[in-house]
Design a protein around this ligand. Structure first.
Ligand SMILES: N[C@@H](CCC(=O)NCCCC(=O)O)C(=O)O
Length: 238
């Protein structure tokens, strides 16, 4: 069966300007039948269009950086983390190109936040400072461990994939979706009310964002495997 090409954006290393990404993302896509290809960190519209024209879907991965709050009309909060302008610019070009084509989209952590901001939504710049909660959304437990529950909206794409109303997930973020962007809906929440997943309201377009990291130890987790399989199926159907 032909493998669909699926584009992934890269994280930015400010020490030398390089792009990098955990191989877990590509491994999860490949195991699900996809052919992952990484986009260079080049915020050039002509380049991004040339690549997005040739792929069947896009995965927007996590980042060690925060989305520039000026992109959603806010001044930087004292607890804001690093902003990597080049990553923000590439992500917005990729999202725009994907949306014009209604390509299947899977947005993870930073990727979900960038997508929400692209759609006119806002972020909580620092959960601990601005929101206050007993849940450690930036978990101290090892990266691969899961540390809190998320409740899933009945009938949502994540709920249908989970075949359940809640999931036990890992958590590596200090920001979160605040106001959901236009044409998107929240589909999962932590017990403290923090939004943990979003999806496009358009029922005919597979576009999903999750705040946790399904690529981490994906082989051990049935929901993660189901999510990547379904995403790849949507890409193959393009
Ligand atoms: N600004 C965001 C970044 C969330 C994110 O993508 N975290 C991934 C870091 C963990 C890793 O992949 O190493 C936030 O902190 O909310």
């Amino acid at each position: 069966m032909k493998r669909p090409l699926i584009g992934l954006t890269l994280r930015y290393d400010p020490r030398d300007g390089s792009g990098y990404l955990s191989s877990e993302y590509a491994a999860a896509l490949e195991a699900a039948g996809g052919a992952p290809v990484h986009l260079a960190l080049l915020p050039e519209e002509e380049y991004v269009e040339a690549v997005v024209e040739r792929v069947a879907g896009l995965l927007l991965p996590g980042s060690a950086s925060d989305v520039d709050p000026r992109l959603y009309g806010r001044e930087p909060h004292p607890e804001l983390g690093e902003v990597h302008e080049v990553r923000d610019r590439v992500e917005r070009l990729v999202i725009a190109a994907a949306e014009r084509r209604r390509l299947p989209l899977l947005a993870i952590c930073y990727g979900m936040q960038a997508w929400n901001v692209f759609r006119g939504g806002t972020l909580i710049q620092d959960i601990a400072a601005e929101y206050g909660t007993a849940i450690a959304h930036r978990q101290r437990a090892p990266r691969g461990e899961r540390t809190h529950w998320v409740d899933l909206l009945e009938g949502s794409r994540v709920a249908l994939l989970a075949g359940a109303r809640r999931l036990w997930v890992n958590s590596h973020h200090h920001q979160a979706v605040e106001v959901v962007g236009e044409g998107l809906r929240a589909t999962a929440w932590a017990e403290d009310g923090i939004i943990e997943a979003i999806e496009a309201e358009d029922e005919d377009w597979f576009a999903v964002g999750v705040q946790w990291h399904p690529e981490v130890r994906w082989a051990e987790d049935e929901f993660s495997r189901a999510l990547f399989r379904r995403f790849v199926q949507e890409c193959r159907a393009r």
